[in-house]
Design a protein around this ligand. Structure first.
Ligand SMILES: O=C([C@H](O)CO)[C@H](O)[C@H](O)COP(=O)(O)O
Length: 213
């Protein structure tokens, strides 16, 4: 079953809570975006977990170094999942995976900038199992989803995939065919005139695909 992760980016704290509240019936995981964490500090993770104890809270830390410290910062402040960039030193990723294992939490590896499947295999060998295929927000005007994005993960069929970047109702069906564990959606919900209706439509799209395949 694919979970929908609501990505809260470039928003005030008040907007984050309001959007999470409105869309809560239709989403499974709540991501506190990198910029939001930078603006308000990791304490916002705790506030989000306290307000939504039944949701999986994702801290989009996008860690590049000091893996142990940043994983602890995220997990000890209420996050269930934290993110690390896949191109960083193996030691950083290993430290984060170790902390996550000890605390029974998860690490999502952000594959931004990775084009080589040998790096994906190396990540898998480190023990990474949740890999996020990601189209950067700054590239979304020129790049759209295609089968090309999934080629690098072909050699790790047992990994769980997350997909993110410009996901909207129109490309849900194509992305669902790639069997993602996590569908990460930000602007298509948070920037919609009616965020609850947008989240509901996405949920229905995911559910309908699953019912028919
Ligand atoms: O990770 C993200 C991006 O790097 C900005 O921080 C977003 O959460 C992700 O791209 C999902 O957002 P949308 O592209 O707006 O759906």
């Amino acid at each position: 079953m694919t979970v929908i992760q609501l990505a809260l980016d470039r928003l005030t704290k008040e907007q984050c809570f309001e959007l999470a509240e409105k869309t809560s019936p239709y989403i499974d995981w709540i991501e506190v975006g990198t910029g939001v964490i930078k603006e308000y500090g990791v304490e916002i993770l705790r506030e989000m977990k306290d307000r939504f104890p039944d949701k999986t809270i994702v801290a989009d830390m996008k860690t590049c170094d000091a893996g142990k410290h940043e994983a602890l910062q995220a997990f000890e402040n209420g996050a269930d999942v934290t993110t690390v960039m896949g191109f960083v030193a193996d030691a950083t990723i290993q430290d984060m995976l170790d902390v996550a294992k000890a605390k029974q939490k998860q690490v999502m590896i952000d594959l931004l900038g990775i084009t080589d499947s040998s790096r994906i295999e190396a990540l898998r060998n480190l023990g990474a199992d949740l890999l996020n295929i990601h189209i950067a927000i700054d590239l979304q005007k020129e790049v759209s989803w295609s089968g090309h994005h999934f080629k690098i993960v072909k050699t790790v069929p047992d990994a769980r995939l997350a997909v993110s970047g410009g996901i909207k109702l129109e490309n849900v069906s194509f992305l669902m065919k790639q069997k993602p564990a996590v569908l990460i959606v930000g602007s298509a919900i948070t920037g919609a005139e009616n965020p609850a209706a947008a989240a509901k439509a996405l949920r229905e799209g995911v559910d309908a695909f699953e019912a028919n395949h």
